[in-house]
Design a protein around this ligand. Structure first.
Ligand SMILES: Nc1ncnc2c1ncn2[C@@H]1O[C@H](COP(=O)(O)OP(=O)(O)OP(=O)(O)O)[C@@H](O)[C@H]1O
Ligand SMILES: [Mg+2]
Length: 238
């Protein structure tokens, strides 16, 4: 007998959210499977609002979010994190006064696998962090800090990782390294990734599907290979 198909990692329907009664996301519908799903769009398009809403940090005004078949629309962030939704915010992804190791340890408070095993995996993915373990996160460079933020989310053993512009402001070497790591995470650990990005060229090199957000609306949701320059330009309103 064949098994029932697994539900998608994320099913978003009619999603509206925003701030203090101002609607930013104006009714989004999309699904995320076992894939790298890029969310592209100009400054202010609503990428951060979308990821923070998915992570349940911003109240939903209307619509629903299902995570692996379960309705999480009204759940709290720590609950969705416990279910396997990891979130790396665009800014402030680390505790500045804690060391690198302490930051990772805090992330590992969710999840059941042995701590040491998970820390070893983070160091395997980001070898540069091993030598920085005892350093206060607030004194790290931008690139190092992004690695710690990412490592902290990975300590929760997520099935889905929401990454908000992980390479913004980083030097080209770091940008390339980070995109390689995103691909590696997906291919070798099976983590589905929602990647908010300004850098369309780079994102399209790793993404399977892409959504172009334009003023809070999904201008296009297509296979990355099928996205036309015209769609991209119109979505970015340039
Ligand atoms: N805390 C907030 N309170 C009120 N409005 C906000 C808040 N955060 C964002 N906004 C507004 O919501 C809209 C979408 O912002 P958002 O940060 O989601 O865009 P973005 O696509 O992530 O942009 P960027 O590429 O610059 O990070 C913008 O018009 C912004 O001014
Ligand atoms: Mg943003």
């Amino acid at each position: 007998m064949s098994e029932a198909p697994r539900p998608p990692n994320l099913e978003v329907a009619g999603l509206r959210s925003g701030y203090h009664g101002v609607t930013v996301l104006k009714g989004l519908d999309f699904t995320v499977g076992d894939e790298i799903f890029a969310v592209l769009g100009a400054n202010g398009a609503g990428k951060t609002t979308l990821l923070a809403t998915l992570a349940r940090l911003i109240p939903v005004m209307a619509g629903s979010i299902r995570f692996q078949g379960r309705d999480v629309t009204q759940l709290r962030p720590y609950t969705t994190a416990g279910l396997g939704m990891g979130y790396v915010p665009q800014e402030k992804g680390v505790f500045a006064d804690l060391t690198v190791l302490e930051n990772l340890t805090v992330g590992g408070m969710i999840g059941r696998r042995p701590h040491d095993e998970r820390i070893a995996e983070v160091f395997e993915l980001f070898p540069g962090l091993r030598d920085l373990q005892g350093q206060k996160a607030g004194t790290l460079s931008g690139g190092e800090s992004r690695m710690v933020a990412c490592g902290r989310a990975l300590m929760q053993d997520p099935n889905v990782l929401l990454l908000d512009e992980p390479t913004a402001g980083l030097s080209p070497l770091y940008v390339d390294m980070f995109f390689d790591k995103i691909r590696e995470l997906h291919e070798t650990r099976g983590v589905a990734i929602v990647l908010a990005e300004q850098n369309a060229t780079k994102a399209l090199q790793v993404a399977h599907r892409v959504m172009v957000l334009s003023l809070g609306e999904a201008y296009a949701v297509v296979d990355a290979a099928d996205l036309t320059t015209q769609q991209l330009k119109e979505g970015y309103r340039i």
